[in-house]
Ligand binder design. Structure first.
Ligand SMILES: Nc1ncnc2c1ncn2[C@@H]1O[C@H](COP(=O)(O)OP(=O)(O)OP(=O)(O)O)[C@@H](O)[C@H]1O
Ligand SMILES: [Mg+2]
Length: 249
């Protein structure tokens, strides 16, 4: 089982979208994939066409065989769940008290149940990021090719180091550029700076900005299922193949 955390310093960069789509691409490649929404926004369900009134999920049921849904897109899924403010406070206190809550939950699943576990997180430092990094074998930092994203890499990288230090089963942090403009000088400059500073950590494909991504969300399905041949879908499949080639459990 290989655990991949989608993380970012900056919000709205595409973690939730890419987590759902990479999970879906891995499952199309005949891998058993579990996607866990570790974000109180509880938005991952929209990408998988789950019932918005479904309140069961991570907070109320934990990580267990009984809390896993089968999504229509081949990916097994644990939503965050719809919770009240007091429930959220209790849950976060529990996470603070035990940074291994998510990791232990995943390890409690039968060892051959899943090949990949994909974790979606909220942006920036949080108890959820901490949990995700304690559990993960690999972190994918989603960034845009802009100066604001570039500026957050140092901080998120320090958190990754802090939470994964001395772990032989952590295979590193990789930068995944999303919403790459087809043209654009600024994007080009940032990419040049990324190569200069982080060449060995860059995922060898960037995801293009593609209107089909937002359209797919409106239809509540992964873009891979909405328009398999569009630019973003092809990029996402390349990322899944890169993961398979470097991690196949
Ligand atoms: N490659 C892309 N092309 C076009 N639009 C995209 C692409 N990736 C993401 N988006 C759009 O960007 C918006 C933000 O995406 P998403 O919710 O996945 O980001 P996020 O990092 O999970 O946000 P948050 O930090 O709030 O959790 C969405 O409207 C999504 O449809
Ligand atoms: Mg998100």
């Amino acid at each position: 089982m290989h655990i991949i955390a989608f993380i970012s310093g900056k919000g709205g960069v595409g973690k939730t979208t890419l987590a759902a789509n990479v999970a879906s691409a891995l499952s199309q490649r005949k891998k058993k994939v579990l996607l866990i929404d570790l974000d109180p926004q509880n938005a991952q369900r929209f990408h998988l066409g789950m019932d918005p009134d479904e309140i069961a999920g991570l907070v109320r049921e934990g990580i267990a065989a009984s809390s896993i849904f089968d999504s229509p897109y081949g990916v097994s899924f644990i939503p965050f769940g719809r919770v009240t403010e007091p429930e959220l406070e209790d849950f976060e206190s529990q996470l603070k008290a035990n940074p291994r809550w998510v990791s232990d939950g995943i390890q409690s699943l039968s060892a051959d149940a899943f090949d990949y576990v994909v974790l979606d997180t909220p942006p920036g430092p949080s108890v959820y990021l901490h949990q995700a990094l304690v559990a993960a074998n690999r972190a994918l930092v989603v960034i845009l090719a802009d100066a604001a994203s570039f500026a957050t890499i140092g901080k998120i990288s320090a958190l990754v180091q802090e939470y994964t230090v001395d772990r032989a089963d952590f295979f590193g942090m990789y930068l995944l550029i999303n919403q790459m403009p087809v043209n654009g000088k600024l994007g080009h400059q940032v990419r040049t700076a990324l190569y200069a500073n982080y060449a060995s950590q860059l995922v060898p494909v960037a995801i293009h900005r593609d209107a089909r991504v937002a359209q797919a969300l409106a239809y509540e399905r992964p873009v891979l299922h909405y328009e398999p041949g569009c630019k973003a879908s092809l990029d996402i499949q390349y990322v899944a193949d890169w993961l398979l080639n470097s991690t196949d459990p």
